[in-house]
Design a protein around this ligand. Structure first.
Ligand code: NAD
Length: 262
């Protein structure tokens, strides 16, 4: 691995770093020269990610934290600063998609609350503790993972999930405006449907997968690595004039009215 790279000299914290988008982004950031704090509620997954990065010659640390808990978020940021000396890139990416999340009538209050706590409050807490750390570092980039479902409605509903991601977009825009003069850029990333654990366990039969694929102009699910490359752009100084955006990486799904299969 080269010590040069698009994130050379930067320290990045990635939540949900043990799987899917977070894992691939942690690996890519480390390969591009960042020191990476891999944060996950699943200790084994975070440690396995750290081991993979070490095998490739990268620098990382694993931190166990639940992003829905205030004290955990304060600690993940302070541990990262203590370990690597600063924090420049914060990727608030951890999220859940609950199997019992449905429409307004079928979704239980407990599922709504849990989804909001992880997907929306988790991003808020990441920003609450990440922003002062970025300010201490002289500036940086925050990336909040939303979703294409924040931009489109679907007849196969996941109401709490969709509402939580809409909240991430609105919060990201406002924070971007508040902190724009402090060299702190804040963007949302809207992935389309991906072939990761999170979506595949929800679309658990071939007919369900095919039904979703009809809507994607490219005719395939995205890969976590394709989102990681977008996160790399938003994290690096290459995106120095980009803030407050909803950066969409979705195989064309939000552009489509009719697809080639219709
Ligand atoms: P994933 O399930 O593969 O990985 C999510 C990781 O987050 C897991 O390692 C999990 O342990 C961790 N996590 C869950 N709850 C946590 C908590 N409270 N605190 C800390 N860590 C926690 O999922 P993924 O597909 O990589 O999704 C990552 C993000 O991308 C999520 O915010 C998701 O909503 C979003 N997203 C995914 C898709 C998709 O199709 N997979 C599409 C759009 C957006």
């Amino acid at each position: 691995m080269s010590t040069e790279g698009r994130l050379k000299g930067k320290v990045a914290l990635v939540t949900g770093g043990g799987s899917g988008i977070g894992l691939e982004t942690s690996r890519l950031f480390a390969a591009e020269g960042a020191h990476v704090a891999i944060v996950d509620v699943d200790a084994g997954a975070a440690q396995a990610a750290q081991a993979q990065i070490a095998d490739s010659g990268g620098q990382s640390v694993s931190i166990v934290a639940d992003v829905s808990r205030d004290a955990d978020c304060a600690r993940m940021v302070s541990d990262t600063e203590e370990h690597f000396g600063a924090l420049h890139v914060m990727f608030n990416n951890a999220g859940i998609s609950h199997i019992d999340d449905g429409d307004a009538e079928s979704t239980e209050e407990a599922i709504w609350d849990l989804t909001m706590q992880v997907n929306l409050k988790g991003v808020f807490l990441g920003c609450k503790y990440g922003i002062p750390a970025l300010r201490r570092a002289g500036g940086g980039s925050i990336i909040n993972t939303a979703s294409f479902v924040a931009l489109l409605g679907a007849a196969t509903p996941q109401l709490a999930y969709t509402a939580s991601k809409g909240g991430v977009l609105a919060m990201t825009r406002e924070l971007a405006v508040i902190h724009a003069r402090e060299e702190i850029r804040i963007n949302a990333l809207c992935p389309g449907p991906l072939r990761t654990e999170l979506l595949m366990k929800y679309l658990d039969t071939e007919p369900k997968r095919q039904r979703r694929l009809v809507h994607i102009p490219m005719g395939r699910f995205g890969e976590a690595t394709e989102i990681a490359r977008a996160a790399l752009y938003l994290a690096s100084d290459e995106s120095s004039f980009v803030t407050g955006t909803s950066f969409t990486v979705d195989g064309g799904i939000t552009a489509a009215y009719v697809t080639p299969e219709d």
